[in-house]
Write a protein that binds this ligand. Structure first.
Ligand code: S3P
Length: 450
């Protein structure tokens, strides 16, 4: 179900070899940030390759509600006429971020140092997620927030009239928290500093520098220290959004487990803060190669070639790699089910507070598919059944979570019996062309009756 629609149950059955080129859409994290930073620059930012998933479209709407002019010129081709740092106007209505934790948390940061109130809401998944991790550091700028129990949405934030700069060490590894603080720091005088123990995706820092802000990043004993000089004039940019490694993960993993497959996934951003899954798959013995490695817009990019890999072995994924593949654990757990031996995933507590509790959602669905999985608060372990060994034959709950829905559909492509999901609608939040793209490679995906 999309945030507004009715459930879309889908079934995935054993696919013939997957073959061809999978052109996945633009990066979700970079798409949100292009719109928000474009809205805070003075003048017109041009964006190509923008992800037109529901999450990003909700952020575009929010930027319009705050006074920026956001225009679509063609598929993926957008412009944002920004209002400048400190130039947002009080929105007339509630800001509805749909399913998007990134959207709501980054926008909270961006408005936090403006002297007006904004009320935020979202779908049932987003309304259940913790916002205290963002409202707490934003209160240091002088912001006051009134949410439901546990700081949940709907939540009204009253922005700081006279913001002060902030120094904050993030207690959880979260790029959203880091980014919220940095975006709030844009409209505070002086230097705002964020320290993170483990490196999380660094698109905000890179893009702030690209838009002309003074940002420095230092590796210290306490972790990565990011310092931002407040109240810059951001200069509009031409942003070419790279293709999303988190979306590439699905055709790549499908090709590794479907016998006879050979799929090329071109132009994928391999920023080290995002590429942990591909390293892990290669350590498991996946036939996954990087072709035509190059640099685009300051980011490492390559074409990924993934071939059926019947001899993958379970491994222990290093806990310190978790942040660089946090969104990929659901689909990794599917690949692990088709490998030999156990795959152990420690240090993944954050999975419990994503669009769903992803450890529980995968554990329940994979068990129904005949896979053994153990879990604790911050780890899970999957006992692989080998390339031809996963029974399938179950219906999994997507829990309003796009990555859970896609992961089980990938599972069905190689399991002995079909695998269904109760609702594939949420896939539209991040990968609206998933069905056509996977179908084009040879996947057998069908809509079924509820
Ligand atoms: C994102 C950060 C991550 C990730 C999300 C996108 C971002 O969330 O899971 O899909 O664009 O900043 P956390 O900050 O909660 O780790």
């Amino acid at each position: 179900m999309s945030s507004h629609g009715t459930p879309i149950p889908m079934t995935s059955r054993k696919a013939a070899p997957l073959k061809g080129v999978a052109e996945v859409p633009g990066d979700k994290s970079i798409s949100h940030r292009s719109l928000i930073l474009g809205a805070m620059a003075v003048g017109e930012t041009k964006i190509t390759g923008l992800l037109e998933g529901e999450d990003v479209l909700d952020t575009a709407k929010a930027m319009r509600a705050l006074g920026a002019e956001v225009v679509q010129h063609g598929p993926g081709d957008w412009s944002v006429h920004g209002v400048g740092v400190g130039g947002f106007a009080e929105p007339e209505d509630v800001i509805d971020c749909g399913n998007s934790g990134t959207g709501v948390r980054l926008i909270m940061g961006a408005v936090a140092t403006h002297p007006f109130a904004v009320t935020f809401t979202g779908d049932a998944s987003l309304r259940s997620r913790p916002m205290g991790r963002v409202t707490e550091p934003l209160s240091l700028f002088g912001t006051v927030s009134y949410g439901r129990t546990g700081g949940r949405l709907p939540l009204t934030m009253v922005g700081a009239e006279s913001p002060v700069p902030v120094s904050y060490a993030t207690p959880v590894p979260s790029a959203q928290v880091k980014s919220a603080v940095l975006l709030a720091g844009l409209n505070a005088p002086g230097i705002t500093v964020v320290t993170e123990k483990e490196a999380t995706r660094d698109h905000t820092e890179r893009m702030l520098a690209g838009f002309g802000a003074e940002v420095t990043v230092e590796d210290t004993e306490e972790g990565r220290v990011i310092s931002l000089k407040g109240q810059p004039e951001l200069t509009p940019q031409v942003v070419a959004v790279p293709r999303d490694p988190s979306s590439a993960a699905f055709p790549v993993c499908a090709a590794l487990i479907v016998p006879g497959s050979d799929v090329l996934v071109p132009g994928i951003g391999l920023n080290p803060t995002r590429a942990g899954l591909f390293t892990t798959l290669r350590e498991m013995g996946a036939d996954l190669t990087y072709e035509n490695e190059r640099e685009e817009g300051g980011e490492p990019v390559a074409d990924l070639r993934a071939k059926f890999s019947p001899d993958m072995k379970g491994i222990e994924v290093p806990a310190e790699r978790a942040a660089s593949m946090i969104d990929e654990y659901p689909v990794l757990s599917v690949v692990a089910a088709f490998a030999e031996g156990t795959t152990m995933c420690p240090g993944v507590k954050e999975l419990r507070v994503k669009e769903s509790d992803r450890i529980d959602a995968m554990a329940v669905g994979l068990r129904a598919c005949g896979v053994e999985i153990d879990e604790g608060e911050d780890w899970f372990a999957i006992k692989g059944l080998g390339a031809e060994g996963v029974p399938g034959g179950a219906r999994a709950e997507a829990r309003l979570d796009h990555r859970i829905a896609m992961s089980f559909l990938i599972c069905g492509m190689a399991a002995k019996e079909p695998v269904s999901v109760d609702d594939a609608g949420p896939i539209a939040t991040s990968f609206p062309i998933f069905m056509e793209l996977m179908g084009g490679l040879g996947a057998q995906l069908d809509r079924v009756n509820a």
